[in-house]
Design a protein around this ligand. Structure first.
Ligand code: SF4
Ligand code: SF4
Length: 93
């Protein structure tokens, strides 16, 4: 049996994006004094990046695992589930 790669599994997911209503907001003022910047390392979908000194999250592709919120010591991440009917629809596992 062929095993799917992580990228292949992620590609099976479907997203109903709530345009203009991000369910993850970053307080970048708090990020400026953050040493480890753990959010850049832990997101299983690789949605966090640092651009021009700011932390960016591509929230539309969120797997809703909550890991980023859990690892942010400074509580800089305002995270909630997307509104009903929006967000990820898992198709694998
Ligand atoms: S871990 Fe939290 S405080 Fe640190 S860079 Fe990421 S969002 Fe900002
Ligand atoms: S909740 Fe999970 S998938 Fe979504 S941005 Fe945070 S770490 Fe990434």
């Amino acid at each position: 049996m062929n095993r799917l790669s992580l990228a292949d599994k992620l590609n099976l997911n479907k997203f109903e994006v709530d345009e203009g209503e991000p369910h993850i907001l970053i307080n970048n003022e708090l990020c400026k004094s953050c040493g480890p910047k753990s959010c850049l390392l832990v997101c299983p979908a690789g949605l966090y990046s640092e651009q021009n000194g700011e932390i960016i999250v591509e929230w539309a592709g969120c797997l809703e695992c909550g890991t980023c919120r859990a690892v942010c010591d400074k509580k800089a991440i305002d995270w909630k589930y997307p509104r009903g009917g929006f967000g990820i629809i898992f198709r694998q596992g």
